[in-house]
Ligand binder design. Structure first.
Ligand code: BGC
Length: 515
C-alpha cells in the first residue's frame, strides 16, 4: 500500500533474508569499489592540468597566449576554448559508447570481467597520456581512459548492489562514490604538487598517476569472485550457491534467497532481447529513472566545480596557488560528506537525502550567483574579489558540494543499480551510464562557454534545475531502502503513479501464456 501518498512502505515487503555483513563480502565490495577511483581521478585531474601554464603552452598555445597576455578583459570568458574543453569532455563520449559494449560483457561474461577489461584499457590510456608529445596522443589516451570508465561504471555499481546484503546495500554501494571522491581529491593533491615542479613536465606525472588506480582495479578484479546473481544468470548454479553461502556467512540458511535468485534468473531467461524488453510498458518506471536520475545528477552543476574549480577560482580572481588550494578544500569536503551518506542511506532512506540535498544545493547556488553578480556585475570586468567575498564564495561552494556528496552523488549511482529486475539490469545500467556520460560531456564541453555567455546567471540556471529535481523526487521516486533487489517490483506496485504501469501477477501470467 502506498504510504503518505507518494512512497511505498518497506514493511510491505515480507522477505527478510538472514545473513550479516561478512568480512568476505565487505572485502569483495571494498575491492570492487576501487573502480570508482579511476573515474574520480579523471574528473579531478583535468581541471588542474588545464590550468597549468606548461601544459597549455604545449598543447593549447592559443589559450595559453590568451591567458598569459591576459588579453581578455572579460573575466567570465578568460578560459573559453572549445578545444580545451574537448580535452576534458572527449573522455565522456568514449565512456558513453563503451557502456553499451560493457552491457554485453557484463551480462554474458560476468561483472568482474567487465571491471578487469575496464581497468586494463584505462591503464593503457594513462600510459599514453603520460607520454604524449602531441594533441593527437593526448586525445587517444583520453578516449582509452573513457572506455575504461565506461566499463567500470557499468559493472561496479551492479556488482556492489548484488553482492551486498540488502540491508547494507546503500552503505556498500556508496563505497563506489566514496572512491570517486577519493580519486578526485587524490588527483587534486597530485596537481597541487606537480604544478610546483620546475621544468614544465609536472603534468606528465599528473596524467600518468592514473595508472595507479587502474593497476589496482585490474589486479583486484582478477581475484574477485563474481556475484551469485551473475553466476546463476550464466548457469553456474552450484558455484552460485557456494558463493552466496560464503558472502552471507557459512552458518546462515541461504536457501530462500538462493531460490529467489534462481526464480529471478528463470524469469530473466524469457527475455532474449533486453534492449527491446526495457521499452515495454511494464518497465517504464525503471526506464524513466535510469534516464532522469543521471540527467538530473549532472544538472546539479556539480561538474562545474569538479572539472573547473581551479579555472573557476582563477576566473574569480584567485591567484594560481589559491585556486588549486581552494579546489583541494572542495575535494576534501566532498570525501567527508560522502562518508556521511555511507552511514545514512540505509538508516534514513534515499528519499530524505535526495530532498535535503536538493534543497541545500538550490540555496547555495542562489547565494553564490548573487555573490558573483555583486563582485563582477554583468560585464565581468576583472575586479578582484575582497577577501570576505572570496571566503563566502568558497564557503557556499563547499556547502553545495557537501549537499551533493550525501545525496545526488552516491544516490545517482545507487538507485539505478538497485531498481532493475535481473533480465534488464545490465541494459538498464548501461542507459544510466550513457545518459550520465552524455550530460557530463555536455557540461564539460559547454560549461566555460555558458559561463562566458550566461555569466553569473549560470548559477541561477543550475539552481532552477535543483528545484525541478527535488520536486521530481518528491512525487516520483519511491523509497528503495531495505528491500531485496529481486523484490524491488513491489515499490512500483504500491506507488501512486507508477502502479498504473506495473501489471498484476495474474495479468502478467496471462500475457506470458499468450506469448
Ligand atoms: C558524478 C560525477 C561527479 C562526482 C563528484 C559523481 O557521482 O557522476 O559526475 O563529478 O560524483 O563527486
Amino acid at each position: 500500500m502506498a504510504v503518505g501518498g507518494f512512497t511505498s512502505s518497506t514493511n510491505d515487503v515480507e522477505k527478510n533474508y538472514p545473513g550479516k555483513l561478512t568480512s568476505y563480502a565487505a572485502w569483495a565490495c571494498f575491492t570492487a569499489a576501487w573502480g570508482g577511483l579511476i573515474f574520480g581521478y579523471d574528473i579531478g585531474i583535468s581541471g588542474g592540468v588545464t590550468s597549468m601554464a606548461s601544459f597549455l603552452e604545449k598543447f593549447f598555445p592559443s589559450v595559453y597566449r590568451k591567458e598569459a597576455l591576459n588579453d581578455s578583459t572579460d573575466q567570465y570568458c578568460k578560459f573559453e576554448s572549445m578545444i580545451l574543453t574537448l580535452f576534458t569532455s572527449s573522455l565522456y563520449l568514449a565512456a558513453l559508447v563503451a557502456s553499451f559494449f560493457a552491457s554485453t560483457v557484463t551480462r554474458r561474461f560476468g561483472r568482474k570481467r567487465s571491471m578487469g577489461t575496464g581497468g586494463l584499457i584505462f591503464l593503457t590510456g594513462a600510459i599514453i597520456n603520460a607520454a604524449a608529445v602531441n594533441l593527437g596522443m593526448l586525445i587517444v589516451g583520453r578516449i582509452l581512459l573513457g572506455i575504461g570508465v565506461g566499463f567500470a561504471n557499468q559493472s561496479v555499481p551492479l556488482y556492489l548492489s548484488e553482492m551486498a546484503p540488502y540491508k547494507y546495500r546503500g552503505a556498500l554501494n556508496s563505497g563506489f562514490q566514496l572512491m570517486i571522491t577519493i580519486g578526485i581529491l587524490f588527483a587534486n593533491l597530485i596537481n597541487f604538487l606537480t604544478a610546483k615542479i620546475s621544468g614544465g613536465w609536472g603534468w606528465r606525472l599528473s596524467l600518468g598517476g592514473a595508472a595507479i588506480p587502474a593497476a589496482i582495479i585490474t589486479i583486484g578484479a582478477y581475484f574477485l569472485p563474481d556475484t551469485p546473481n551473475s553466476l546463476i544468470e550464466r548457469s553456474f548454479t552450484d558455484e552460485a550457491r557456494e558463493e552466496l553461502q560464503r558472502i552471507r556467512g557459512t552458518d546462515v540458511d541461504v536457501e530462500e534467497e538462493f531460490q529467489d535468485l534462481v526464480a529471478a534468473s528463470d524469469a530473466s531467461k524469457q527475455v532474449h532481447h533486453p534492449w527491446k524488453s526495457i521499452m515495454e510498458r511494464k518497465y517504464r518506471p525503471q526506464l524513466v529513472m535510469s534516464i532522469a536520475i543521471p540527467f538530473l545528477q549532472q544538472f546539479t552543476g556539480i561538474n562545474a566545480i569538479m572539472f573547473y574549480a581551479p579555472v573557476l577560482f582563477k576566473t574569480l580572481g584567485f591567484g594560481d596557488n589559491a585556486s588549486l588550494m581552494s579546489s583541494l578544500i572542495t575535494g576534501f569536503v566532498n570525501v567527508i560528506a560522502t562518508l556521511l551518506s555511507v552511514f545514512t542511506s540505509d538508516r534514513f532512506g534515499r528519499r530524505i537525502l535526495f530532498l535535503e540535498g536538493g534543497t541545500q544545493m538550490f540555496i547555495c547556488q542562489i547565494i553564490v550567483g548573487f555573490l558573483i553578480k555583486y563582485a563582477f556585475g554583468s560585464k565581468g570586468v576583472a575586479v578582484h574579489l575582497s577577501s570576505g567575498t572570496s571566503a563566502a564564495v568558497v564557503l557556499f561552494i563547499c556547502l553545495f558540494v557537501s549537499a551533493f556528496a550525501w545525496s545526488w552523488g552516491p544516490l545517482g549511482w545507487l538507485v539505478p543499480s538497485e531498481i532493475f529486475p535481473l533480465e534488464i539490469r545490465s541494459a538498464g545500467q548501461s542507459i544510466n551510464v550513457a545518459v550520465n556520460m552524455f550530460f557530463t560531456f555536455l557540461i564539460g564541453e559547454f560549461l566555460l562557454k555558458m559561463l562566458c555567455t550566461m555569466e553569473y546567471g549560470l548559477f541561477f540556471f543550475f539552481a532552477a534545475w535543483e528545484l525541478i529535481m527535488t520536486v521530481f523526487i518528491y512525487f516520483f521516486l519511491p523509497e528503495t531502502k531495505g528491500i531485496p533487489i529481486e523484490e524491488m517490483y513491489q515499490v512500483w506496485k504500491s506507488h501512486w503513479y507508477w502502479s498504473k504501469f506495473v501489471p498484476e501477477e495474474e495479468e502478467e501470467e496471462e500475457e506470458e501464456r499468450k506469448e
